[in-house]
Design a binder for this molecule. Sequence first.
Ligand SMILES: [Zn+2]
Length: 141
Amino acid sequence: MASSRQEVEAGTKVYEAAIRKTSDTHFMCRQMKHAWTRKPGANVRVTLPAMRGDLPTITTLYVCMRGCGVVRKDRLTVKQISPGNYRVIDKSPPSYEYPDGYQIPGIPRGVRPSIILQQEYVRRANEEIANAMAGERERSE
Ligand SMILES: [Zn+2]
């Protein structure tokens, strides 16, 4: 369903405020996407069919290398061709588990997070430049 202009404006303000409070790690992942690596240890899990006729699945867990806490789960449906030899039949879209504070609920359709993220990137960069300049002035005094 389409959102009204007022809903989009209100949602944009909510998103901007939430992004502004986001930690640098979470902000970096929202802006540049996660940097996935296989979760050490139990990274691959084979689930055998519960019912006759169902196919086994292979689940792979990934964690973000930046330490944002998001976990990605990829699931493949496979068919046994011969003992120990599986062929991929289907790949489900990945699912994600988010740590507290990562998700921003209630953002209506029509809000453009990528523009807001770029604006926040520029705001943080300006702040860094201002801090660096202030540091330079302190050193030269
Ligand atoms: Zn991440």
